[in-house]
Design a protein around this ligand. Structure first.
Ligand code: XUL
Length: 515
């Protein structure tokens, strides 16, 4: 049996699977808001942060770990677990003092993790990925390196507010004393992995690439970026590693308390997005994942560490080797809901039948589909910009907005230089056949829908099984199956129309944002 964990923004989840039977034996989740209300973090972070700060309490993650193992041990025979892998929400950081590793090595199973590890924190809270407070630090790091294209070429992303390097810099400037007392900085992922292993484990390449500190060319911390970020930073980080390199066995704490065997191996944890790439069965180049949520995300495997010349996309390590892209679009369901409400229609107007009625107008009318600020491209649009050659009926406005969303995705993922052989669509709106068909038509690639409740936890359980000697691709065929009858083929008759539309969309965008 193999255990995968994912410590995300709102919950800590576990999946236990058996590759031999092809079955998921147990899955469990601790919801921080509902199950640990004493931390006052209904959505997993401390509300009311100032100046763009969004922090979480790392003790909440520890308490969730005890709670999760407690629940799991009642549901499954944990003595059968051979390997544990895992992931965490990306970019969040935990600050620890000189006694951390010693405390980990002598955890007492008679006590809880919180009471034993809280004295080792040098910072009570952890900035997480929602934090936007580090604009000044991003500018300073960028200037020190001689420009954003240099930061991007080295680390896979321009300096970004939520990324860990700028966050560390802000802490070192704000509280130099606490920063100096910090001897180890962990990501959420490596923090949880370390507690499980009873010693500090390295940050993995997948998650480490979300720090603006990892040099993608040599997969080592970049000395110039370290220096531009904060004093003595290199000594506070362990050298990065692959999440496929197991790093010793589980701490006696988990053996005595929950029955995990002392022979159980622990791997470095990765980021939730790299783990999702695995859980969505998309680790080979050519496979693209589009997740339709409040924001939309596009991620895909890449053989080489290419970076986005415009600096909107990010490059992380792919757990299966090579790299992956991650591109976030703020105006996902936000925009779909905005036009729905503006036109006073319901979701049936977005369904396949409704969209088919306007198919003759495919690609004819353009919409820059942004209500307010967007991050890809970075621009505050205020409201959508349209260029219609037909009467803008509600049906045509919906078609044009959706086309605009996926043309924008296609335009801003072209830098990867990877052909799209198959798209795996997930997230709430993926169930809508009309939207899914439009994705297939704009990208001219088949679309499959995957309804995986927690693709990151599943992905890490697959990583654990792979480390245990199983073939990842074979596992993905079993565990990452598309929903039955969910395959949609592109309509080849629309290929020419959408390639013209893509060109025109690019021109309208450039004219609007002055690029
Ligand atoms: C990725 C990002 C989020 C977090 C939380 O860059 O910020 O997806 O990983 O899930």
């Amino acid at each position: 049996m193999f255990l995968g964990l994912d410590s995300s923004t709102q919950s800590l989840s576990a999946v236990i699977l058996d590759p031999a039977s092809g079955e998921i034996l147990a899955s469990h989740s601790v919801n921080f808001g509902n199950d640990l209300p004493q931390y006052g973090s209904p959505s997993g972070f401390i509300p009311g942060g100032k100046d763009g700060e969004v922090h979480a309490n790392p003790l909440m993650w520890l308490e969730a770990l005890d709670l999760l193992f407690n629940k799991l041990s009642k549901e499954a025979d944990l003595s059968q677990i051979q390997i544990i892998a895992g992931s965490g929400q990306q970019h969040g950081s935990v600050y620890l003092g000189a006694g951390f590793d010693a405390a980990l090595s002598k955890l007492d199973a008679g006590k809880g993790l919180v009471e034993q590890l809280s004295p080792e924190l040098t910072r009570n809270t952890s900035p997480i990925w929602m934090d936007t407070s580090t604009g000044e630090e991003c500018a300073e790091i960028t200037a020190a390196l001689g420009g954003s294209s240099e930061v991007c070429a080295r680390s896979g992303s321009v300096a970004i507010e939520r990324f860990t390097g700028p966050q560390i810099r802000r802490f070192s400037k704000q509280d130099g004393e606490a920063y100096s007392a910090t001897t180890r900085i962990h990501l959420v992922s490596s923090f949880i992995a370390s507690v499980l292993a009873g010693k500090s484990l390295p940050i993995d390449y997948g998650d480490g690439a979300g720090m603006n500190l990892l040099n993608l060319a040599d997969l080592a911390w970049d000395t110039d970026l370290l220096e531009a970020t904060a004093p003595d930073l290199g000594n506070k980080l362990l050298p990065p590693a692959s999440c496929l390199e197991q790093q010793g066995t589980v701490s006696a704490y988990f053996t005595e308390k929950y029955g995990v065997p002392s022979s159980c191996k622990v791997c470095p944890f990765t980021g939730d997005n790299p783990a999702s790439l695995v859980g969505m069965g998309a680790t080979t180049p050519g496979q693209v994942v589009i997740s339709l949520g409040t924001s939309d995300t596009f991620f895909a495997a890449m053989p080489d560490a290419k970076t986005d010349p415009q600096g909107f996309g990010h490059v992380f390590g792919n757990p299966a080797g090579g790299f992956m892209s991650l591109i976030c679009f703020r105006n996902g369901s936000l925009a779909r809901e905005a036009i729905r409400d503006e036109l006073g229609v319901d979701w049936s107007a977005f369904e396949k039948g409704a969209l088919q009625l306007t198919e003759l107008s495919a690609g004819k009318n353009l919409t820059l589909p942004f209500y307010g600020a967007e991050i890809t491209p970075r621009h505050d649009f205020g409201s959508p910009v349209t260029e219609f050659i037909e009467e803008p009926t509600p049906a045509l406005r919906i078609r044009s907005l959706l086309e605009g969303q996926f043309l924008n995705m296609k335009l801003h993922s072209a830098w990867m230089g990877v052909t799209t052989d198959r798209i795996r669509l997930t997230g709430g709106a993926s169930k809508n056949d009309g939207i899914a068909q439009l994705v297939a038509d704009v990208f001219q690639a088949p679309v499959e829908r995957l309804d995986v409740a927690n693709s990151a936890a599943l992905g890490t359980a697959l990583i654990a099984a792979t480390v245990g000697g199983n073939d990842l691709e074979a596992l993905q065929k079993i565990f990452c199956k598309p929903a039955p009858d969910s395959l949609l083929q592109p309509n080849p008759a629309l290929a020419g129309k959408y390639s013209t539309a893509l060109e025109q969309f690019g021109k309208l965008l450039a004219a609007t944002i002055g690029a």
